[in-house]
Design a protein. Structure first.
Length: 452
């Protein structure tokens, strides 16, 4: 049956091998029809694996396949659909609304009472909003349907907790280079679904395409098909032709999804570990994939305070200067300003003393009673306030030889609290000596004040 986007497809199982059009893309023609054709770890798709046993017993539980593009999510879902004896239903990426979902779920509940199981496949399940996901929940919980989802996004972020707790998450990784080479060699040799050895491909070219594909089987087969279309019969595919055809690979990146957070985390942690080369690499990965350079600049400014602080006070100034340079000259020229500050931050002495100190102060603000400031350091602009003791005992630090009076400026319950503990790294070594000397002097003056 034909349907528009968002419609339901009942028992529209994957086409048999002979039904796939010879004009379909190579990646579609070569899509595995059985677990034995799927590349991946043996503990996931091999004999005796969870999926193999579930299919053999026709007892597939509700689950969600999570992995990058081309890792086999939809392929595995289609294999399950083809092998199960259950009534099969499939949603496209976006359904019409909650009402339609509930209608289908109620139909599945009726089918269960009649002894018929229903398997519902939802591709790109992360596109369903929270209300739509909630509509699935009672029917999954009651066992009225077996829900099989597929997503490129982290289910922890994209699926509500109640639904996620009732699904088994199957994590698929990007295919390894040797996996992709096997996929391409199988397609090259297959005379029915594949290319049928119409061209020859050397090992260097297979390796080049596997690197280009970045773990994506679909991209690898698309590259092979495109290259084959540019060669006469029986000609050899060379790396030079591949480089001409694919001058710039499309980098895997999602500026609002998990990969965004993975890469900024990699950059931040490389900087923290003083790995200058890794810092430059992750910076380049983000910028070349189209990340907002001002977002990166903001993160570098944050790093300068969080991980360097007073160990090198110039880092914050330089990070802000790099941000201004990017804003002023734009990209791609601004990338060099970011590279410069990344190198500086990676090689700078490290201290998280400011980060830790502020965090402890914040914790006290939230966890302890919010007492008023001591009377001595309160302002007393009116007669009544003076009579009430505001400002009583205050001493003006500039009038003393020591430039400090030893006044207790914290609330009574926090007296003597030391939040800032300098690390002794870089310039903070001098700051540490100064902080220790000032604290000792203030304690001496405090005791002297008490004796008066």
């Amino acid at each position: 049956m034909s349907s528009s986007p968002g419609d339901l497809f009942e028992d529209e199982r994957p086409a048999a091998e002979e039904d796939v059009s010879p004009d379909a893309p190579l990646a579609e023609r070569m899509r595995p029809r059985d677990l034995s054709e799927v590349e991946g770890p043996a503990d996931l798709v091999g004999p005796g694996s969870f999926l193999a046993n579930a299919l053999a017993a026709d007892k597939v539980p509700s689950l969600v396949f999570w992995g990058p593009p081309g890792s086999g999510k939809t392929t595995l879902a289609r294999i399950i659909a083809a092998k199960t004896k259950a009534r099969f239903l499939g949603f496209s990426a976006v359904v019409s609304g909650i009402k339609e979902i509930r209608n289908v779920m109620e139909e599945a509940a009726r089918a269960k009472r009649q002894g018929r199981r229903t398997l519902l496949f939802v591709d790109e399940i992360h596109r369903f909003n929270r209300a739509q996901q909630d509509a699935f929940l009672p029917f999954v919980e009651a066992g009225d349907i077996v829900l099989v989802g597929a997503t490129t996004e982290n289910p922890s972020f994209e699926l509500n907790g109640a639904l996620l707790s009732r699904l088994r998450v199957v994590i698929l990784s990007a295919l390894r280079g040797e996996d992709l080479v096997r996929v391409m060699k199988r397609a090259l040799a297959d005379p029915t679904r594949g290319i049928g050895n119409k061209i020859t491909v050397d090992e260097d070219s297979f390796e080049w395409m596997s690197r280009f594909a970045d773990g994506d089987a679909r991209r690898a087969l698309t590259a092979l098909e495109a290259a084959a279309s540019h060669l006469p019969l029986k000609e050899n595919l060379s790396v030079s032709l591949l480089e001409d055809l694919f001058k710039r690979k499309v980098l895997l990146y999602d500026k609002s999804g998990e990969e965004h957070f993975n890469l900024i985390s990699a950059l931040h942690k490389s900087l923290r570990d003083s790995d200058v080369d890794a810092s430059l690499y992750w910076l380049a990965r983000m910028l070349e994939a189209g990340e907002d350079p001002l977002y990166v600049a903001r993160r570098l400014v944050r790093f300068a305070s969080e991980d360097i602080g007073l160990a090198d006070p110039s880092s914050l100034t330089l990070a802000i200067a790099a941000k201004e340079a990017v804003h002023f000259i734009g990209m791609p020229e601004g990338a060099l300003a970011l590279a410069e500050i990344a190198v500086h931050l990676a090689l700078a002495p490290k201290s998280n003393a400011i980060y830790t100190a502020y965090g402890e102060a914040v914790a006290d603000v939230h966890e302890r009673p919010n007492e008023p400031p001591p009377l001595a350091i309160r302002n007393a602009p009116t007669k009544l306030m003076k009579q009430s003791g505001y400002g009583a005992g205050y001493m003006y630090a500039h009038d003393t030889a020591e430039k400090t009076t030893g006044l207790s400026c914290l609330p009574d319950s926090l007296a003597g609290r030391n939040y800032y503990r300098p690390s002794g790294e870089g310039r903070e070594k001098d700051v540490k000596a100064r902080a220790e000397a000032v604290r000792a002097l203030r304690e001496k003056l405090r005791k002297r004040n008490e004796e008066k």
